[in-house]
Design a protein around this ligand. Structure first.
Ligand code: SAJ
Length: 412
């Protein structure tokens, strides 16, 4: 059978490649010609361990091909972005890419098709998808109206893979499969069973939507707890890393790690989807978001205070990605911090990020450029560690001796 994967990003491309590797015919549809081009040349357009070899293999064997035009298929997997319209208290989910995907798929739908929404979505999005189909294809029947007798099956199966470990987790993670009807859930299960070795649990679409959001909100709230402890410890002059290590010796305590803030396109975003539908109830979830979002400004203030004690502050800013050992800068607190330090002209900034080839344009426009790790350490009198990359772990401690160090990740 033929599966059409809509959106060839961080989730869609690995998913398409894994299905193709199991012998299915996969068509990947993306609106970006550069992405389509690069996939058809067998090259992923982003870094992810082992993805290069897999994509090359399935493209060469003809099992995966990318295109700009929607095509008919037996099943459709939608993996398009669901970003935020704005940030902070005004944040609202932007589901326009899901709407666009639905409008593109509708004309090619046929009886017996299965449509799966994988994008992380606010509660109600799968129902909206079904109503777009129902509006544009009166010749076909869809859930929930026709219930089990609908001609097209629709389900929400949220992705849960961890960037940096995607190919392993696509296959081995447990999956939540939310059907608009039981028949929809079973149809989706039949598809995922081909590649997923983890447990697959069936539920309805709304529960699946909130399950995914809950997972990331859970992590956000727990990181906020750690970040709040870091504020408390700074005031009380207590080492927060030691505090957490000690508290975690308790068999029922498992505190996460404080850091420069929470980044990435998931954990810093998804909790807002819950706040948007439930502003009155989601008090802890909103509070956690605000705590984590306040961390970059707090780090900047600490750097500014330290720099004020130096005649000519030269600051090595180590790491820009949103977490260790990835090349992804999306929503990265490190980028926010470096940008703010540059805008406030706190000192000379030597930016180090071994996982990217070039700084983003907005940082270049601020006069910044990438520096070599050793050179930056050598020249700086203030070292600001922002990401706990493996390559930053092993350094000669002597180098730090005569410098101020602000280690936001607690690795040194
Ligand atoms: N972070 C901390 N302290 C910690 C753990 C993480 O400050 O103790 C920070 C990281 O540095 C990073 C951010 O949080 O800035 C998020 O990183 P992450 O590794 O926790 O998660 P993501 O965003 O890479 O992936 C998450 C995962 N969700 C959960 O673990 C519940 C992943 O399984 C999801 O599939 C993914 O979001 C997604 O796509 O939704």
């Amino acid at each position: 059978s033929r599966i059409v994967v809509v959106g060839l990003g961080y989730i869609g491309l690995p998913t398409a490649a894994v299905f193709a590797d199991h012998g299915l015919e996969i068509v990947g549809v993306d609106v970006n010609p550069r992405v389509v081009d690069s996939v058809n040349r067998g090259r992923p357009h982003f870094g992810e361990p082992n993805l290069d070899a897999l994509v090359r293999r399935v493209v060469e064997s003809g099992k995966l091909r990318a295109t700009l035009e929607m095509e008919p298929g037996d099943a459709f997997i939608i993996a398009v972005p669901t970003p935020l319209v704005s940030h902070g208290a005004e944040a609202r989910p932007d589901i326009s890419y899901v709407e666009e995907a639905a409008k593109a798929i509708a004309p090619v739908l046929a009886p017996g098709n299965l449509v799966i929404l994988e994008s992380t979505s606010p509660v109600g999005t799968t129902e909206m998808l079904a109503s777009i189909f129902a509006d544009s294809r009166p010749d076909l029947t869809f859930p929930p109206q026709r219930g089990e007798r609908a001609q097209v099956q629709i389900a929400h199966c949220p992705e849960r893979v961890l960037p940096g470990n995607i190919l392993d987790e696509v296959v081995n993670n447990a999956r939540v499969i939310g059907g608009m009807t039981r028949k929809c859930a079973h149809a989706a299960l039949g598809l995922y069973r081909i590649v997923v070795r983890g447990e697959c649990r069936l539920t309805n679409a709304r529960t699946a939507e909130l399950t995914k959001l809950t997972e990331n909100a859970f992590r956000d709230v727990n990181i906020a707890f750690a970040n709040e402890l870091s504020f408390i410890c700074d005031r009380l002059k207590i080492n927060v890393w030691e505090l957490i290590r000690l508290a975690n010796l308790h068999p029922r305590v498992n505190i996460l790690q404080p850091g420069p803030g929470v980044g990435g396109h998931c954990i810093a975003v998804d909790p807002w989807f819950i706040v948007a539908t439930n502003p009155d109830e989601a008090r802890l979830i909103r509070g956690a978001r605000l705590i984590n979002d306040s961390k970059p400004a707090y780090v900047c203030a600490r750097v500014a205070a330290r720099a004020a004690a130096l005649k000519r502050p030269v600051i090595a800013c180590l790491g820009l990605t949103y977490k260790k050992d990835v090349d992804d800068l999306r929503e990265s607190p490190a980028v926010t911090i470096v940008r703010q330090l540059a805008e406030e002209q706190i000192g000379e900034l030597l930016v180090v990020e071994p996982n990217i080839a070039e700084l983003p344009a907005d940082l270049r426009d601020l006069g910044l450029q990438l520096h070599d790790f050793d050179d930056a350490l050598e020249r700086a009198n203030l070292v600001l560690l922002l990401v706990d990359h493996m390559s930053f772990l092993q350094i000669d401690r002597e180098v730090l001796n005569d410098k101020f160090v602000i280690d936001t990740r607690g690795i040194w």
